[in-house]
Write a protein that binds this ligand. Structure first.
Ligand SMILES: Cc1cc2nc3c(=O)[nH]c(=O)nc-3n(C[C@H](O)[C@H](O)[C@H](O)COP(=O)(O)OP(=O)(O)OC[C@H]3O[C@@H](n4cnc5c(N)ncnc54)[C@H](O)[C@@H]3O)c2cc1C
Length: 394
């Protein structure tokens, strides 16, 4: 059992000397991509934290972690926030596929993949969705055929976020087309540097293009890189989705991003546009909406805290669906409030009449629409909650 006071003091001291100035405040948090050159301070911070085992603080030491218990983990996150340090590493490596391998991979797979993931050696994409398989994921048709020691992959994935920056992709593929649809799927790790994997960008309404189609034409993946057993991909893939959803929910404790929703700055932001009379927001309708928003935000933070305290693994099970959904709805409500208060300043795309943070707010408002689609839609989460949490019939 760690002495938390000693741990806090040691951590504070260590962070003060090992977190460079350029790794504090807003700025880039590495995904571990070999295609992105890091600024010197960001790289130093990543290396310092990786050496300490704090890019994945709760993982076993042999795989690059520090074996922190949950209360010590929380102290670390508090101390990181205290000095405004950015997380040293994020993405689907430390948050999705890493904890999945840790939980369901073989010893050999853990030894081969986890130390590299913990040091940010390679960014990961997620190959689940296909043009004909989104919510109904089990209808996926990308084929993986065993030929000698390798699987040969043919097919198309879509909506693959960040694929243009990624070095690896975990793919749900059909390994036994003759079995019932949930039983013939495997989760396979694929190296994206081979020419048989091609990435094509897709543009979003926010103007950004973090999205892609990823095409596999005779791509190879070693048979030893099927995680959790051949044809067991539906079970493995669903667990990985819980890691994804709990990351969106702010309750995944695999990496050191800390997650939980930050304290709200909404009252000040609204006051800036609407003004105040006698200390109150000068718009009674907005004031009522703001009060509800602030109360929901407080409840959300308490729920996140409780979900983390009750954790027995690096992410909860079906709770992740509920907290992911309420987190997304809360963020969307905040954006709606802000845009309403901003009036015409909230519809700018560029130009001198709009401040940089105003056009960013407009783009964020549009981007946040995706929060109730990505990682499983709002309706899918409600179905899971109805079936798995409330025990309602199909
Ligand atoms: C920002 C973002 C990032 C993403 N990143 C990735 C990624 O990296 N990798 C990846 O594989 N995928 C990714 N996705 C894809 C995402 O997982 C899918 O968009 C999502 O699962 C929904 O699938 P779909 O788009 O095919 O919609 P559909 O499944 O066609 O759904 C259309 C509508 O029908 C509703 N619906 C469908 N089935 C039911 C049902 N049974 N009950 C009630 N309503 C239903 C849905 O809720 C939705 O409103 C990303 C999506 C977004 C928005």
């Amino acid at each position: 059992m760690t002495n938390l006071t000693t741990f806090r003091n040691d951590t504070r001291l260590w962070l003060e000397t090992h977190c460079p100035e350029g790794a504090r405040g807003d700025g880039y948090v590495p995904l571990g991509s070999s295609k992105v050159e890091l600024e010197a301070d960001t790289l130093t911070w990543l290396n310092n934290m990786a050496e300490r085992g704090w890019t994945v603080p709760t993982w076993p030491k042999e795989y690059g972690g520090a074996e922190l218990e949950l209360d010590a983990y929380n102290v670390l996150i508090e101390e990181l926030k205290r000095i405004n340090a950015r997380p040293p590493l994020t993405g689907r490596g430390v948050n999705y596929i890493g904890p999945t391998i840790l939980e369901l991979g073989s010893d050999d797979q853990k030894a081969r993949w986890l130390p590299g993931i913990s040091r940010g050696e390679g960014a990961w994409a997620m190959g689940y969705s296909e043009p004909g398989a989104g919510s109904d994921l089990a209808s996926l048709s990308l084929k993986a055929e065993l030929v000698g020691d390798n699987y040969v992959l043919n097919g198309r994935k879509t909506w693959t976020s960040d694929a243009m920056l990624c070095d690896y992709i975990f793919v749900l593929a059909r390994t036994s087309p003759d079995k019932p649809k949930h039983q013939g799927i495997s989760l396979i790790l694929v190296d994206m540097s081979q020419p048989e994997v091609a990435v094509r960008p897709i543009q979003l309404i926010s103007g950004a293009s973090p999205f892609n189609e990823t095409l596999f034409e005779e791509a190879l993946a070693p048979a030893v890189d099927v995680i959790g057993g051949v044809d067991n991909g539906w079970t493995v893939g669903k667990r990985l989705l819980q890691f994804e959803r709990s990351t969106h929910a702010g309750i995944n404790v695999s990496g050191s991003q800390g997650g939980m929703t930050a304290e709200s700055t909404m009252p000040d932001r609204l006051r800036h546009y609407v003004g105040s009379t006698a200390g109150k927001l000068a718009d009674s309708e907005l004031r009522t909406k703001l009060t509800r928003f602030e109360m929901n935000g407080h409840a959300q933070r308490l729920t996140q805290k409780r979900a983390i305290q009750e954790l027995e693994a690096r992410a909860p099970g079906f709770t992740s669906s509920a907290v992911k959904l309420t987190n997304a709805l809360q963020k969307q409500e905040g954006d709606e409030l802000l845009i309403a208060a901003m009036g015409t300043q909230g519809v700018g795309w560029g130009g001198e009449q709009f401040a940089a943070d105003e056009t960013r707010t407009t783009k964020d408002w549009l981007y946040q629409k995706s929060l109730t689609i990505a990682g499983g839609t709002k309706e899918v989460q409600l179905n899971i909650i109805a079936k798995r949490v409330l025990g309602l019939p199909d």
